[in-house]
Design a protein around this ligand. Sequence first.
Ligand SMILES: [Zn+2]
Length: 98
Amino acid sequence: MDPTPPPVTSQTSPYPRPQLQGDGPACPRCSSTQTKEVKYTWWGGVLGPKMMNLQKCQSCKFQFNRNTRKSVAAAVWVYNIVVLGVSLVIIFLIRSAF
Ligand SMILES: [Zn+2]
């Protein structure tokens, strides 16, 4: 009667690897996949980041467009100017209505 051999330790660890790899698109700056969809920003509320497909890297805090993989800095400026312009027009229209 042979004693049962010890179970062969396989390559797979019983514990899952720590989540080093996120499931987001890779960051264009540091190529980390630890990126997260931005739901809200101070400059664009909930609509701005949605329009820009805004994604933020958790490693280097770089914000980029999920589709174009480019920085959203320029787009944020354009967005702000457009919002400001529209707000001014609305204020002007309201003021001139009375
Ligand atoms: Zn990054």
